[in-house]
Design a protein around this ligand. Structure first.
Ligand code: UD1
Length: 418
């Protein structure tokens, strides 16, 4: 069993370079299925989720070639099967994103229905609403979602909630359809813009990505392309909190500061000093943490994927903070683990109340999900004594080289295998 052992490491100092965005590369990998020619992609983070998606692409018919440590060439001359099996879909929810491109390219897709997960039920009704509006017949049977269409046509689609995955899946499905699709109340996340830029670079016609209204004009065919993935704003935000919680001074490199504005604003409110440069951000702590309230919202609101890390920070604030989680119904599992380390946190429904303490203490804890796991590392860096984190595969899904990156700035942290 793999574990992470963290010891108190105050005053982290130095530079940390952020990798390409996990939530960008996953839909972009799915979108390569739209194109018969080669797609070269750079700045791909070394993550388990990326491996799973590449495995799925290969099953479907893609040839995936490694060009360098962080670049891949993907060519899908033909689709061998439009069926995405249980074994792969069940490993990662985001693999459901192959449905849109498969439907667009071959008018047929059979994908195992992703279940709920630790952070909530996570339905796919909005994805399916979009496919149906484009003219697909959608049937759910034996755990699979089967969608088919002779020819997809443009449509006006209103998303009841700006779901990131539904926006991406519907954009991809609409790219090869007849006519124009207008997607209203779309998600505005930077990862949606990156996906649209990628699709446009291979001949797509998408305008408005990054706003609530996205227009997708169907094209006949895609051509080869080369694309660099945007930096991971959640990885950046996590290391920004590492500086704040350890009374440190970190320069986070390869960040688009407009993508992390809510995190910057909340860290400033909590007392940290932030300097923004063209592609880096310096976060300096002045030694004490003021309590701040957080409400997670769709972009450009405060990201749900940074909620757990802020809970770790607020557990050491000088006063009471309230966290309101509005995106997922069950995203406080890390609260229990943080309380094992001494955090004074009470949750009720989608609200958590934290009474900050002057000290946490190391404990045996488990990563309950990806960002919850990151929060435990952050808490462990500030806590007295040793913290032992199990179920670290969650953390590996989303943080490339996290141990090395933190060691390089002075953290006492290591992986151990038992
Ligand atoms: C993506 C991110 C994830 C992030 C989340 C919200 C990826 C790979 N993952 O997940 O890290 O936490 O956005 O920023 O990019 N919903 C429905 N019906 C649907 C789809 C979603 O009700 O058809 C609900 C979900 O249950 C959830 C909310 O909408 O409560 C947000 O989900 P969504 O934006 O779709 O998240 P994901 O795309 O799954």
């Amino acid at each position: 069993m793999e574990k992470i052992i963290v010891n108190k490491s105050l005053g982290l100092k130095g530079n940390i370079k952020v990798d390409g965005s996990k939530n960008s590369i996953l839909p972009i990998l799915a979108a390569t299925l739209l194109c018969e020619e080669e797609c070269i992609i750079h700045d791909i983070p070394k993550l388990k989720d990326v491996e799973v998606m590449c495995e799925l692409l290969e099953v479907i018919g893609a040839q995936v070639t490694k060009l360098s440590e962080d670049s891949l060439k993907i060519t899908t001359k033909e689709i061998k099967t439009s069926e995405a099996p249980y074994e792969l879909i069940s490993k990662m929810r985001a693999s459901f994103l192959v449905m849109g491109p498969l439907l667009a390219r071959c008018g047929n897709a059979k994908v195992y229905m992703p279940g709920g997960c630790a952070i909530g039920t996570r339905p796919i009704d909005l994805h399916l609403k979009g496919f149906k509006a484009l003219g697909a017949e959608v049937i759910s049977e034996n755990g699979y979602v089967h969608s088919k269409a002779e020819k997809l046509h443009g449509s006006d689609i209103y998303l009841d909630f700006p779901s990131v995955g539904a926006t991406e899946n519907v954009i991809m499905a609409a790219t090869l359809s007849q006519g124009e699709t207008i997607l209203e109340n779309a998600a505005e996340e930077p990862e949606i813009v990156d996906l649209a830029n990628f699709i446009n670079s291979m001949g797509g016609n998408i305008i408005g990505a990054g706003t609530k209204t996205i227009r997708i004009k169907g094209v006949k065919k895609f051509h080869k392309t080369e694309h660099t993935v945007i930096p991971d704003r959640i990885e950046a935000g996590t290391y920004m909190v590492a500086a704040a919680i350890t009374n440190g001074d970190l320069v986070i490199e390869n960040v688009v500061s407009s993508h992390v504005q809510p995190v910057i604003a909340k860290l400033r409110e909590s007392g940290a000093t932030i300097e923004e440069y063209e592609d880096k951000i310096r976060v300096k702590s002045n030694g004490f943490i003021k309590p701040v309230d957080i409400k997670t919202l769709p972009y450009p609101g405060f990201p749900t994927d940074m909620q757990a890390q802020f809970m770790a920070l607020m557990s050491l604030a000088e006063g009471t903070s309230i966290i309101n989680e509005t995106i997922f119904e069950n995203r406080f599992m890390h609260a229990n683990e943080l309380s094992r380390m001494g955090a004074n946190v009470k949750t009720e429904g989608n609200t958590a109340v934290l009474k900050g303490k002057s000290q946490l203490s190391g404990a045996k804890v488990k990563a309950t999900d990806l960002r919850g796991g990151a929060a435990l590392i952050l808490a462990g860096l500030a806590a007295d004594g040793e913290t032992e984190i199990t179920e670290v595969y969650h953390i590996k899904r989303g943080y490339a080289n996290i141990i090395e990156k933190l060691q390089n700035v002075g953290a006492n942290i290591k992986f151990v295998e038992e």
